[in-house]
Each structure stands twice: as structure tokens, then as C-alpha cells.
Design a protein around this ligand. Structure first.
Ligand code: XCC
Ligand code: SF4
Length: 648
């Protein structure tokens, strides 16, 4: 309410309106708490504060004078690398534990202990299950769908706990040259959990002090996320909840309804939110809502839960990370239902100023002051109904309601298969048209722009600027997470966006195929879809032998959490160029910074940059794509880039 007025907090007009209201009412948000934290501790920002052992905390002076080593002798590079890979491990754990829960839910569903369909869960895509079984080499002969699912789920659970060998997907899916490189480097994980445990061991006081060795293990740990934990979350999620199909929906605070019960699901796991969507259609509950004076029941999402139910149910998206408090501040949210990850504890106190009930549902994520209703897959549908009922009964308690008008149409639901079924014509799922477009210079390449909102930056601004710059240069953009929501709000996820902002080559493709220039691939665990798409591009031929050869790049321009760090790490491990901003906390060590942003390219074929200006970062990504095009001796680009008109 004070200093935050001095800076631009968001480019989203809906958010601007709500923030004006919260300012006027003296209601605090994350932006105010951000300003309260200034000035930050410089040691922390630079990554040269160590609090790993009880002799510390130790800090390294970035100046000529002052200590250059911690008490144990750890240098800036050691300290920053240790803390960084601990963040990688935490991110890998978050995604992988989520994957674990999905595999477990499939197992319970297949065992019938989830009371079968009575409790809502069913194997919605047996086709995807059969496909995976074939890929994994599991015989399906004379087995029921449930038997296959049980067998696959048991095998998948072993990916978490294996203590020797290699996780399954790298060799099944990645090109041979990439697998060879990984084996040479020794970065194929033996099991997801093993690498996380080893990270914690190596970074304990007095163990690994070699920053390069630490980072190599960080890459291995991250591979266990991208090529196992997240990939299993996506694949088994598709089996259980259905493989997404292109779907139309709407996004932004304006999707909330003044005259309906509004339930906002926020967090990450699709298990409960899928059930809540189903329960909101229950005639008994709709009848109750009408008795309470509401016209119906709306379920909308925030953060990746939003992306999950958008992809599979077409549910509207209320907003991304920095919208969580703003949604409540509209006064129109009857229940904010949360599970795990990206949930601000501040929500509970914030909600007390309105009528909103905050309900936590995971034993792993409780917040003091919230109502806790434990979710259990065995009683999933009953729990979902109970929660919907609470929301309905809370509807008459609303105070003043102020919902901004803004809502934007979007198309989402792209997957590796359906995108390229589009590109290849209805009956031919092939990457040939994509590869040909790149080879001929109609398309420059592909960029994945992913990740969060970060209150240190103007909400959505970097996502929009970067993505517009990329598509203007004929780079097809794929997105996930809160980044996708940012661009959806600005209309970039509509087919019409191509004519407005894309370069001529990309425009031609979008028009021919009827896709937007920016493709929504789902939640953050669905970044695994990007990895699979890259593998398919190599398999199709003409774009090199290994993933590192591809004219592609990635970025997280408003990165916020450890999950964004681990995604960056598995992309670099997979040979990608990744711009990550704000910079990881390594800048206090010039050696470590140089390793991550330069020398590592010799090792994995990928590298990081930490450019904070989104346009400059986009240009770096384009330069990297052009470098790869040159190495592949691809044809010159057909068309000059257009200048994106940001006023449109
Ligand atoms: Fe969280 Fe996934 Fe980041 Fe958004 S993008 S702030 S992680 S919800 Ni995943
Ligand atoms: Fe200090 Fe070393 Fe302990 Fe870190 S591990 S707190 S640098 S003594």
C-alpha cells in the first residue's frame, strides 16, 4: 500500500483493478510483503551465505576484504553449488511426489479399493495404457485393463525406489546419441529418490566440495524429475484422467460469476480437483445452490491445478500464481480449495477479510487457521461433494462483490500426439511437417517458455514480451504452468494471435493447421511433454542426432520456485539452452556462474543464461537457435521477422 505503488506490479488489467481496490481498502498483498523485505540480504541474493552446519552461518565476502572461505574452508563456489543443488532436489521431490501420488491413485483404482467408479476414479484412457504397456514391453495378452494398470503402476513405483540400473524413460525415449552422452557423463539416475537422497548427503557438511561435481549430480537429480517423476505424472495422469484434446475455455478473474457459487481450486494435483469438477455437476448440489439463491456452481482454477482441469475438462482458469490473493479479494470466492505447492500461507488471513473459506486437503500441506478436510482417494467423491456443499452454503454469506470484467478466450489441451496430428493432417500423427517447416526456414525453431510469476517482477510482463518477440521471429512457442496462463490472459493462445503477432512463416503454419502460435501443453509436470516432443523431432530426421543439436531454447522469465530450478536443470542436462530469471543464487561465485553459463555447454550441449530483460533474453534464445540452424546447415529463414506491436 505504500512503496509498491511506486512500481508497476502487473500488466494484467484485471489485476490492476483489484489491486487498486485492495490498496484503497488497506488490504495487504504479496506485493506489499515484497516491499517490506527490501533491502534484501546481499549475501543471500548472491548465494554466498551457508547455513548447512552448526558452526555457521558463514558468509563469503564479495569484496576484496573479508572472508573468502567458510569456517570449514568451503569457498563461494562450493557454498553456492551446494545450496543450488539442494534447491534442485527440493524441486525434483515436489514434482516426483506429485507423480507418485498419481501412480498410487491409478494403482488403487485398478485394485478397486477406490470403490471403483462409485468414488469417481476410472481408467479414462485405456488406449494410453495399452500404448505405454507396449512401450515398456509389458505383455497385455489375456490381461484385463485393471491387471495391466496394476502391473504398470507397480513398475512405475519402482522408478522411485530403485537402487541400481537406470530409470526407464531416457533409453526408451531419447535419441541414442543423447543416451550415449548421458552414459558417458554418468547422469542417468538409478532411481528418483536415490538421487535426491544422494544430493542431501553430498551437500551435508564436509562431503562434496567440488562445485562441478556437485552440479553434475544436480543434473542427475533433475533428470530423475524430467525423465521420471514428471514424466510419470503426465503419462499416468493421461491414463487416469484422459489424454487431453484441444479445448476452448476462458481465463482471468472475469470468469468468476457474481450469481453462481464460485469454487477456486488451487495447487497442483488433479486427483481431488477432477472430483470437485464432477461434484459441481451433481444435480443434488445444483439444486441446493439454487435454493441458496445461486444460478449454478462454477469451478475455476489457479496455478497448475487450473491447467490440469483446463486441459482435461475445459474448466475456466481464474489466474496464475499472483492471482491467488486477488481472486479472494473479488469477494466472489466461496471456497478456495488448496492441495500442495504454490499456496501462499497468507491466503488464510487474507480470506478472513472476506467470506471466503480456505480449505486445505493434503496432510502434507496444512495452514494454521484453514479448515482441513483430508482427501483420500478411497472416498474422493464424497469428500468433493462435502467441499462443494460447504461452498454452496457459504454463498449467502458474501459481502460486496467486485469482479473485474476481464476474461479472454483461449485454446489449450495440446499434447505431443494431438499437436502433431494437427500438423500432420487428421490421420497422420507425424512430426514431418514440423521438421520440414524448420528445415525449409519457414519456422526458425521451437521455444518452451515456462514457469511462474515472481513478485520481484511486474506480473506477466516478461512472459508477454519474450513470447511476442519469439513468435515475431517465427519461433513456435510451447508453454506450461503460470507462464501459459499469463499469455492466455493476453490472448496469445488463440489462433487469431498468429495474424496479430507472429512472423509470416509461423503465421502460414498456424493458418494452415488452425493452431495458435503459442501452444498450451499443460501444467509444470507436463514439461515432460516438451522432452518427448524433442525426441520425436530427432526421430523424424533432418534435425541432427541428439537433443542438443535441435534449434530450440527454453526460458523461465518469471521463475519463482525450486520446481522452476529443477526444470531448468533437466533441460540443460538434456542439451537445451535455458534463460532463467531472476538469476539463480550463484552470482557470488564467478567460477560457478561461468560453469553454468559457459563451460557446461561442452559437457551437456546445453547451458544457462540469466538475462533479466525479456527482449534481450529472447534475442539470446534466437541467437542460440540460429547457431544450431547453422550447425545443421539448414536453409536461411524465408521471411524477415516482424516487429511485434505491443499496442495491439
Ligand atoms: Fe507454481 Fe505450477 Fe510456478 Fe505457477 S508455474 S507458480 S510452480 S503453479 Ni508451475
Ligand atoms: Fe560454514 Fe562450512 Fe558449516 Fe557452511 S558447512 S556453515 S561454510 S562451516
Amino acid at each position: 500500500m505504500t512503496t509498491s505503488l511506486k512500481r508497476k506490479r502487473t500488466v494484467d488489467p484485471a489485476a490492476q483493478k483489484v489491486l487498486a481496490e485492495t490498496d484503497a481498502a488497506g488490504i495487504e498483498t504479496a506485493y506489499d510483503r515484497h516491499d517490506e523485505q527490501e533491502p534484501r540480504c546481499g549475501f543471500g541474493e548472491l548465494g554466498i551465505c551457508c547455513r548447512i552446519c552448526e558452526m555457521g552461518p558463514c558468509r563469503i565476502s564479495p569484496f576484496d576484504k573479508g572472508p573468502k572461505r567458510g569456517i570449514c574452508g568451503a569457498t563461494a563456489a562450493t557454498i553456492a553449488a551446494r545450496h543450488l543443488i539442494r534447491q534442485v532436489a527440493a524441486g525434483a521431490a515436489a514434482h516426483s511426489d506429485h507423480g507418485h501420488d498419481i501412480v498410487n491413485t491409478l494403482l488403487h483404482t485398478a485394485k478397486g479399493t477406490a470403490k471403483g467408479t462409485a468414488q469417481g476414479f476410472a481408467i479414462k484412457s485405456p488406449e494410453r495404457l495399452y500404448e505405454l504397456a507396449a512401450e515398456w514391453g509389458i505383455s497385455t495378452e489375456k490381461k484385463s485393463v485393471e491387471e495391466i494398470a496394476r502391473e504398470m503402476a507397480d513398475l512405475a513405483l519402482k522408478e522411485f525406489t530403485n537402487q541400481e540400473g537406470e530409470i526407464r524413460y531416457p533409453t526408451l525415449r531419447a535419441p541414442k546419441a543423447t543416451v550415449d552422452r548421458w552414459r558417458r557423463l554418468g547422469i542417468i539416475p538409478v532411481g528418483i529418490e536415490h538421487e535426491i537422497v544422494e544430493t542431501l548427503h553430498r551437500t551435508h557438511e564436509g562431503v562434496d566440495a567440488d562445485y562441478k561435481n556437485l552440479i553434475m549430480h544436480g543434473l542427475r537429480t533433475a533428470m530423475g524429475d524430467g525423465w521420471a517423476g514428471s514424466m510419470l505424472a503426465t503419462d499416468f495422469g493421461d491414463v487416469l484422467f484422459g489424454t487431453p484434446e484441444a479445448v476452448r475455455s476462458q481465463v482471468n478473474l472475469g470468469v468468476l460469476k457474481k450469481d453462481e457459487v464460485n469454487i477456486v481450486v488451487h495447487g497442483h494435483e488433479p486427483t481431488l480437483s477432477e472430483m470437485v469438477v464432477a461434484a459441481s455437476r451433481d444435480p443434488e448440489l445444483i439444486k441446493l445452490a439454487k435454493e441458496k439463491g445461486a444460478k449454478g456452481i462454477l469451478v475455476g482454477g489457479i496455478c497448475c491445478t487450473a491447467n490440469e482441469i483446463l486441459m482435461r475438462q475445459g474448466a475456466p482458469v481464474v489466474g496464475n500464481f499472483l492471482h491467488q490473493e486477488l481472486a479472494v479479494a473479488t469477494g466472489a470466492v466461496d471456497v478456495m480449495l488448496v492441495d500442495v505447492q504454490c499456496i501462499m500461507p497468507a491466503l488464510v488471513e487474507h480470506a478472513q477479510r472476506f467470506h471466503t473459506k480456505v480449505i486445505t486437503t493434503s496432510k502434507k500441506a496444512k495452514i494454521p487457521g484453514a479448515t482441513h478436510i483430508q482427501f483420500d482417494e478411497h472416498t474422493a467423491y464424497d469428500t468433493a461433494k462435502e467441499i462443494v456443499k460447504i461452498a454452496v452454503e457459504n454463498f449467502p454469506n458474501r459481502g460486496p462483490v467486485n469482479i473485474p470484467d476481464e476474461k479472454t478466450d483461449l485454446v489449450a489441451g495440446f499434447t505431443v500426439r494431438n499437436t502433431f496430428t494437427h500438423l500432420g493432417g487428421r490421420y497422420r500423427a507425424t512430426f514431418r511437417p514440423l521438421n520440414d517447416a524448420i528445415i525449409s526456414g519457414r519456422l526458425r525453431g521451437v521455444a518452451a517458455v515456462i514457469g511462474c510469476n515472481n513478485v520481484k517482477k511486474t506480473q506477466d510482463e516478461s512472459h508477454l514480451a519474450m513470447v511476442r518477440e519469439l513468435i515475431a521471429h517465427d519461433v513456435l512457442v510451447v508453454m506450461t504452468g503460470c507462464a501459459a496462463t499469463a499469455c492466455a490472459k493476453a490472448g496469445l493462445l488463440q489462433p487469431e494471435a498468429a495474424a496479430k503477432w507472429a512472423g509470416k512463416g509461423l503465421q502460414e503454419i498456424c493458418e494452415a493447421v488452425g493452431i495458435p502460435p503459442v501452444l498450451h501443453l499443460g501444467s509444470c509436470v507436463d514439461n515432460s511433454r516438451v522432452l518427448v516432443a524433442l525426441c520425436e523431432m530427432i526421430r523424424e530426421g533432418g534435425l541432427g542426432q541428439e537433443l542438443a543439436d535441435l534449434p530450440i531454447a527454453g526460458a523461465a522469465p518469471e521463475a519463482m520456485c525450486e520446481k522452476a530450478i529443477v526444470i531448468g536443470f533437466y533441460c540443460v542436462a538434456s542439451g537445451a539452452y535455458v534463460n532463467y530469471s531472476p538469476a539463480m543464487r550463484v552470482l557470488g561465485s564467478s567460477e560457478l556462474t561461468k560453469f553454468l553459463t559457459e563451460d557446461i555447454e561442452e559437457v551437456t550441449g546445453g547451458k544457462f543464461s540469466f538475462e533479466g530483460d525479456p527482449i534481450k533474453a529472447a534475442r539470446l534464445m534466437i541467437a542460440h537457435i540460429d547457431k544450431k540452424r547453422e550447425a545443421l546447415k539448414l536453409r536461411p529463414m524465408m521471411y524477415a521477422p516482424v516487429t511485434p506491436d505491443i499496442t495491439k
